[in-house]
Design a protein around this ligand. Structure first.
Ligand code: HEC
Ligand code: HEC
Length: 279
């Protein structure tokens, strides 16, 4: 019985290969055209799945938008219900006001990435700004630097999650990113400079590094006066072991220890220790 199955399977494999041998020459006859269509044919389903990858990958959205609730938990929130409420709030002055339905929600999501201060969810503004300046970095600028197509992809992903039909424009053939790899690319291979490592892990989205002026976490200038190497390491890989004064626990991601190579950690520690004390 088993033998027959094995035979049958081998025969199948043989047929598949024979089949391929027959097809291959034809494919090879016309390869450039095939590839072009592939790269340029991101349909809406492709955009949604690219957006999903970017949301937790290169876009670093989940650094802040997560269950720890230091920013609205976008994956748990009923966007179709809560976003229209934001748009109806007199504090909202953005472009989505004139739109309706899925279109309005899409515009709001898109705008939230490019110009987060157009509407600041109560309690989530920069300290002392009275909720007029968002703590969220502009996603199209360094260090996150997503392209317009990537920002559209995330918009489509969030609209889709909200149960809405995405309203974004599909990318043209020349704009479309390579189908695979694009979102995960930067995750692969260890960073070889401190600045690259800080970017990879999104440190400057929360700390005032590389001129980001972020203040979700404390300034790190002069950190070596306060903490020795072991304590700096602990602050990075076990952030809740000790909480910096004036800040809350459970804000900084606690899984850098699993994601970082030792070489990246060392680069970062060296860099932080050498930051000028008074920039
Ligand atoms: C450094 C932390 C941080 C990162 C990274 C971040 N955000 Fe935010 N985001 C916030 C905070 C804080 C708010 C709430 C303040 C506000 O309304 O602007 C917010 C608000 C938003 C809102 C409006 C939410 C609402 O309830 O009205 C959207 C949409 C959004 N972010 C999308 C994103 C996307 C998409 C990404 C990734 C590409 C991202 N954010 C990355 C911190 C962050
Ligand atoms: C989502 C925001 C966020 C991100 C991303 C983040 N941090 Fe933090 N970090 C904080 C907050 C908030 C604190 C203060 C609370 C605490 O001590 O855990 C903090 C504390 C620290 C401290 C201790 C500072 C002190 O004065 O004791 C160090 C060092 C630090 N972070 C380094 C880093 C590095 C390096 C990265 C990137 C690998 C990073 N952080 C990414 C929010 C963040």
């Amino acid at each position: 019985m088993t033998f027959v199955r094995v035979m049958g399977f081998s025969l199948l494999i043989l047929l598949v290969y024979t089949g391929f041998a027959n097809i291959l020459p034809q494919v090879q006859g016309d390869p450039p055209k095939e590839e072009e269509i592939d790269a340029g044919s991101l349909d809406m389903a492709g955009m949604v799945s690219l957006g999903q990858q970017l949301f937790s990958g290169k876009g670093t959205c989940t650094l802040c938008h997560n269950k720890r609730l230091r920013a609205p938990d976008l994956l748990a929130l009923d966007l179709a219900k809560s976003f229209p409420q934001r748009l109806a709030d007199p504090r909202y002055t953005g472009i989505a006001k004139s739109k309706e339905g899925a279109q309005a929600i899409g515009e709001y999501i898109h705008e939230s990435m490019l110009d987060p201060s157009k509407y600041v969810v109560a309690g989530f503004g920069k300290k002392g700004s009275g909720d007029t300046i968002s703590q969220m970095p502009k996603i199209n600028l360094p260090p996150i630097s997503l392209s317009p197509v990537e920002i559209n992809a995330i918009t489509a992903f969030l609209q889709d999650r909200a149960g809405l039909t995405p309203t974004i424009a599909l990318p043209s053939a020349s704009e479309a990113p390579a189908p695979s790899n694009d979102a995960g690319e930067e995750e692969e291979g260890p960073s070889t400079t401190a600045v690259a490592a800080l970017e990879k892990f999104g440190c400057s989205s929360c700390h005032d590094l590389e001129g980001s002026e972020a203040d979700i976490g404390p300034k790190l200038n002069g950190i070596s006066k306060k903490l020795d190497d072991a304590k700096i390491t602990e602050a990075i890989i076990k952030p809740n072991a000790e909480i910096a004064e004036g800040f809350e626990a459970d804000t900084m991601p606690d899984d850098f220890g699993e994601q970082m190579r030792v070489s990246e950690l060392n680069l970062i520690i060296d860099y932080l220790k050498n930051l000028p004390e008074n920039p």
